[in-house]
Each structure stands twice: as structure tokens, then as C-alpha cells.
Design a binder for this molecule. Structure first.
Ligand code: GDP
Length: 332
């Protein structure tokens, strides 16, 4: 059944006035695969742009089980206490691949679930990370227009999704735990270098002492990292969602970070650069979507795959032919 759609103006006015139902419905349009919905979504997003940009955008990453959901719930409470409204979004390209979302379980955000000042939206689905992150960016803007002061974007700490999230946030927080074998938990140096904050989580019970040791080890390692261009020395903090220790400190440190990068001009510069990277990733996303959704390309692609497997053409030869075919069909 096709759900009711409203005029563009209704969505825009609803979102800007903080109507959560219309916000959710606009997000559903962004996530839709129907062309008519996407056109409507595009107009809504264009319409709310003047009301965007005012939130503090935070990325949180860490391996599954590190405690991201629990931390977001408890840190969320601190954020609410500071008088802010909070939206939580996820980037989870795994959901399509594994058939089940690693970040799907929101029950651990119980500290904030159901609070009227909180909006939690699980990851949009998609075949590609590019698609998922394009949608997440638009959802971020919709949430900003709806008046959320802090937007947390959560992602699994295992791959490329961190890079996608880093490109849409003002600060990037990496959640670590002690005692998981290799202290840095196989997290790539490139991802380590993206973090403005390292939060050593589960610093409670028997783990408390180890967490302090991990903090000190990490600080030594960070010493050898190149100086970050945002002028902020990456900060290592220990915390526990169980004992609630360290959560207030995290929030205060985030505010200090915000002040620092706003004062030294990095905040604005970074957002401008993010616009350019968004432009580029969105072009790739749109081209890819047009290619794969073209009615003739699906069968041509299947045929092309068989020909490559049969050795009739090389992969790159076939790729060229398919792209040429696509261009000819769209009259390019
Ligand atoms: P996520 O996969 O990173 O989102 O991790 P979850 O938030 O789902 O937490 C994974 C498990 O760690 C759950 O069983 C939590 O109860 C537990 N956990 C989360 N935070 C803490 C903490 O600060 N201390 C302790 N001891 N356990 C925690």
C-alpha cells in the first residue's frame, strides 16, 4: 500500500516546527527507493537547508560489544541534563551484508529511549556504503532542521564506515575496551588518527586499573602521531556506563573541543571541506544509482558477468562496454 504523501511545504513546516511525525515521514522518503519519493525528499531537504548547520555533530565508533549503545544512552542523559536535544543516527553498512544489523539493538540505549527530547533512528539500508552515508547525511540535516542540538552518528569500528562518518561530523570519538587481546583491538592506524577522543570504556570493577594503564599506554602512542590540523590534542578518557564515571568529563571535554576548534577556525573550515567531499561522494552515489536502476542495465550487467566468466571479454573491457551502453541509453 502506498502511504500518503504531503506537499513539500507540509514537510518543511512540520520539521522546522519540531513535528516528529513529519520528521520521521520525511526520513522515510529519504530512505525510499521510489523515484517519486526521492524527488520529494530532495525538495524537502533543499527546503530545510536554511535551518541546518546548528547542531554539534559527533561520530562514535568502536568494535561490536565495546559499549557504544550503552554509552550513547548514558552520555545522552548527560547531554539532556545540559539542556540539549539529542538525535542518534547510525551508519551500518553491515546490515545489508549480514542480513542482521550489528547496530540494530537499540534496547541498550534504555537510558534515553522514549524521552521526548531524543530521536533515535536506525541505519537506512542500502547496497553500498556510499548509499547509506548519502542518506545518513540527509537525515542529519533533517534532524538539525527539527531542532536537535547534538547529533550522534554511531558506526561499527571495523572498516570504511568510519571514514564516511568522519566526513560528516565535527568530532570523532573512538570507544575502546581493555583486555581484548591487542590493546588497540586491531583498529587501523588510519582510524586511530581520525579520533579526537579515545574513550576507554568499561573502566569498572576488575577492569578499572587496566583501563588507567591502557590510557597511559595510548597517550604514549599518540605522542608519536603527527600533530592534528584541528589544533586539538587527541584526548584519552576512561569511562563506565555501569558506574557512570567519566561521562560528565567526556561531555565537558567535548565542549572544550568545540570551543577550541571554533576559536581557531577549524570548525568552519572543516565543514566547508566536508561540503566538497559531500559533493563528490554524492555525484558518485547518484551516478551509481542511475546506472544500476536503469531498466536495461540490470540484464546487460547479468549478461556481461556471464561473458566475463566465460572469458569472452575481460572485466575492464566489459566495464567499459557497459558504461558506454549506459551513456548511449541516456543520450549522453
Ligand atoms: P555495542 O555493540 O558497542 O553497542 O555495545 P553495547 O552497548 O551493546 O554493550 C555490549 C555489552 O557490554 C553489554 O552487555 C553491556 O551491558 C556491556 N557494557 C556496556 N558498557 C559497559 C560498562 O561501562 N561496563 C561494563 N562492565 N559493561 C558494559
Amino acid at each position: 500500500m502506498v502511504k500518503k504523501r504531503f506537499p513539500v511545504k507540509t514537510y518543511i513546516e512540520g520539521i522546522v516546527s519540531g513535528d516528529r511525525v513529519l520528521l520521521s515521514q520525511a526520513i522515510t522518503l529519504v530512505e525510499s527507493t521510489l523515484k517519486t519519493d526521492l524527488n520529494l525528499a530532495h525538495q524537502v531537504v533543499q527546503g530545510i537547508l536554511p535551518y541546518t548547520g546548528n547542531s554539534l555533530r559527533l561520530g562514535i565508533s568502536g568494535i561490536p560489544g565495546a559499549g557504544k549503545s550503552t554509552l550513547i544512552g548514558n552520555l545522552g542523559k548527560v547531554i539532556l541534563k545540559a539542556g540539549k536535544k539529542l538525535a542518534v543516527l547510525t551508519v551500518d553498512p553491515s546490515s545489508k551484508i549480514s542480513g542482521g544489523s550489528i547496530l540494530g539493538d537499540k534496547t541498550r540505549m534504555e537510558a534515553i529511549v522514549g524521552d521526548a527530547r531524543v530521536y533515535i533512528r536506525p541505519s537506512p539500508t542500502g547496497n553500498t556504503l556510499g548509499g547509506v552515508s548519502a542518506k545518513t547525511r540527509e537525515i542529519l540535516l533533517l534532524c538539525e532542521a527539527a531542532g536537535f542540538d547534538v547529533v550522534i552518528i554511531e558506526t561499527v569500528g571495523v572498516g570504511q564506515s568510519e571514514v564516511a562518518v568522519k566526513e560528516m561530523v565535527d568530532a570523532f570519538l573512538l570507544l575502546l575496551i581493555t583486555g581484548a587481546g591487542d590493546e588497540l583491538q586491531g583498529i587501523k592506524k588510519g582510524i586511530m588518527e581520525m579520533a579526537d577522543f579515545f574513550l576507554i570504556n568499561k573502566a569498572d570493577g576488575k577492569n578499572a586499573e587496566k583501563a588507567v594503564q591502557t590510557k597511559s599506554d595510548l597517550e604514549k602512542v599518540l605522542h608519536y602521531f603527527p600533530a592534528p590540523e584541528n589544533g586539538w590534542q587527541p584526548t584519552v578518557l576512561t569511562c563506565s556506563s555501569l558506574s557512570h564515571e567519566g561521562l560528565q568529563e567526556i561531555w565537558e571535554s567535548i565542549l572544550e573541543y568545540e570551543q577550541t576548534v571554533k576559536n581557531n577556525g577549524f570548525f568552519e573550515r572543516n565543514r566547508s571541506l566536508q561540503q566538497i567531499s559531500w559533493l563528490e561522494t554524492h555525484i558518485r552515489f547518484l551516478l551509481e544509482r542511475e546506472f544500476y536502476s536503469h531498466p536495461e542495465m540490470a540484464s546487460a550487467l547479468e549478461k556481461g558477468k556471464s561473458e566475463v566468466l566465460e572469458g569472452k571479454d575481460s572485466a575492464i573491457g566489459m566495464a567499459r562496454r557497459l558504461v558506454d551502453l549506459f551513456f548511449s541509453r541516456i543520450g549522453f
